[in-house]
Design a protein around this ligand. Structure first.
Ligand code: ADP
Ligand code: MG
Length: 363
């Protein structure tokens, strides 16, 4: 239904969307998650032409919508958007908010528009509020009116940009329930959200966006239970980190260890876990030591709040190789110690950075 190819968007020198290619199929619910500032809103606004993409192509039902002959209001009706901040007209009643666009833009009769709008208000649970003004409603009610107003244009796709993030926590679920209902009825939707449990059960597909890209996409199970790529893992598992840069073989190991202890303390890791962490890091750093004249190393301690996993990363932009594999005889004991305290060890080179990763046993 929507086909996006090499979509990019810049504001002056700032590249917000780099190169996005994907498709959204009819009846599909796509949840878009990711840290703030990564271009999620810009992506939705480009789809609906509130922002003009800098490059790439978007086809909706086979029609090239970036073509200059495109009827922009028509595209916006087809792909209607619901915003975080409701955007209701405050001088109009709820019912008037709903009937305005169908009458003005689609030439629907007032009577027909009113009848249909009343049905939609009942659908979102607000039949009784038709003659109220927006300021007489709660945030959750306002957002449900905004959804009904969006539906009044009979869109083929609805784009939601963080529909619940301006709401009191007590009102989030009434809005999510309405969106769930639309999903059940087969509405095609793209939803930017921070509500992970909701994204997981409403979506067919999840886009994890980071730094202007769809960095990883998959089913909710793939993205939430088994993310494959580093930044997705950090985001999904809420990995907290502390980093220490090592620039020479004479680095201050006491300062580094103190920082690690402080980090363990802050995240309530046990003294034993902390000592395992320090032990493994010391052994590994011994192996790196002869190489530290020529290369810089960053030690990262990560604690995944969601899984409870504690990991130790050694990152270097210089190619060193896997120190756990090149070691001589005297390193055998160190290796035994490391294997004893780390339950998972892997070595990867990603985008020119070498990374040795160890999951430290928790006790
Ligand atoms: P997200 O929704 O993921 O938080 P946005 O799409 O809102 O991210 O923004 C991505 C980046 O684009 C941010 O750095 C933001 O400051 C920038 N940006 C967004 N809109 C504009 C604009 N109209 N002019 C300049 N920069 C913008
Ligand atoms: Mg946003």
């Amino acid at each position: 239904m929507i086909k996006i190819e090499h979509l990019s968007k810049s504001y002056g020198n700032l590249t917000v969307l780099k190169d996005i290619s994907t498709e959204i199929h009819k009846g599909e619910v796509v949840a878009i998650i990711g840290p703030s500032g990564t271009g999620k809103s810009t992506f939705l606004r480009c789809l609906n032409l509130l922002d003009r993409p800098t490059g790439g192509a978007i086809h909706v039902d086979g029609q090239d919508i970036l073509n200059k002959h495109t009827n922009v209001p028509k595209i916006r009706q087809k792909m209607n958007m619901v915003f975080q901040s409701f955007n209701l007209f405050s001088h109009l009643t709820v019912l008037e908010n709903l009937i305005l666009a169908p009458i003005k833009l689609r030439g629907v009769s007032e009577q027909a528009a009113k009848a249909r709008s009343m049905d939609l208000l009942r659908l979102v649970g607000l039949g009784e509020k038709a003659d109220f003004f927006p300021q007489e409603l709660s945030g959750g009610q306002k957002q449900r009116v905004a959804i009904a107003r969006c539906l009044a244009m009979d869109p083929e796709v609805i784009l939601f940009d963080e529909p619940t993030s301006a709401l009191d926590p007590t009102m989030v679920s009434e809005v999510l329930s309405v969106i769930r209902r639309l999903a059940k009825d087969g509405m095609t939707m793209a939803i930017v959200t921070h509500e992970m449990d909701f994204a997981r059960d409403v979506a067919n597909r999840v886009f994890y966006m980071d730094q202007g890209l769809i960095y990883e996409e998959g089913t909710p199970a793939q993205i939430f239970d088994n993310p494959q790529k580093e930044r997705t893992r950090v985001f999904i598992n809420r990995v907290r980190t502390c980093r220490y840069d090592i620039n020479s073989p004479d680095f201050d190991i006491y300062a580094m260890n103190a920082q690690i202890e402080q980090f363990c303390d802050k995240h309530n890791l046990t003294a034993k876990t902390c000592s395992n962490l320090l032990l493994v890091s010391e052994e590994i750093l011994q192996m790196y030591k002869p190489l530290l004249h020529d290369c810089k190393l960053t030690v990262v301690v990560g604690y995944a709040e969601k899984t409870g996993q504690v990991e130790l990363l050694f990152e270097s932009a210089t190619r060193i190789g896997n120190v756990l594999e090149v070691g001589g005889e005297e390193d055998d004991l160190a290796l035994i110690i490391v294997r004893n305290y780390a339950e998972e060890i892997d070595y990867q080179v990603v985008d020119g950075t070498e990374r040795l990763r160890l999951v430290v046993k928790k006790t």
